[in-house]
Unconditional design. Sequence first.
Length: 279
Amino acid sequence: MGVSRSAVTFRVRPFTDRCERIQRRGDHALIGVSTNNSYFSAERLTALVHWAQGKFRAVDIIVADLHIDTVLSAEGAAPESVGRRARRRVTDVRRRIRKAVDAASPDGPRPGSHLLSDFQHNAVYQRLRADVDKALREDREFANACHDMIRLHLLSRPQAADGNGFGGVGDEPEDPTEHTRIQAGLQYLGGELPFFLDTPSILGVPSSVSCYHLFTPILGPLYLRKNGLRAAVNQAFLAVTPVDAPHGPSHPGRPGDTGHFTPGRDGGSVQESPAVEQS
């Protein structure tokens, strides 16, 4: 039996004007799901699926299952337990996703469900992952933003010291334990980033919107600058959050929310979207 559907009101915030335009096209929504994250309950995933089915012609859900064991080891888990714990995390979240897919509306597009590891031999994914690895070595702004993202979400440390949330922390000294955890986090994050960059090329869709409940530091380099590693022109990012959900740690909002302006962004100030979506 699928999860019963309940009405959920979502606040939808495109990261840039370009993201908002791509959202309006309605080609494809990608719902990225982290393991071991209580936010992604079966009920919430069901609500997200119903919302996406009503707004997009195609919907896919992807589970970040790569390098969980690496992160667990860096956190100090016993070597003999990391494999079992990683598999249990993936099994649990896949069960929740199956319930959400089973409860999907028959009148909307059938959601696809994938593991991130399914794409390890995909030529486009491999190329994008190589681009990510190169940028981590050579692109200071991008690498700093990745470090920020890991500190914020993996280490639960305050975000960037420069006041705009886009990098600047990567140069701080690290103790050996923190360094190990950050390196593990970079492996985990690196597996996800190709879908932040160019989901349309990986999945063969005209355009795509990545849907997550937080704005994260990596969005700055990918969407707000003219040079370096950037998201494809048909790639967008939305923060999709239940209006009654507590705010977790994240970038405080879209660039327009803070008054911060970075050359290279689409148009001028980004205004808050007036639309509130109903699943």
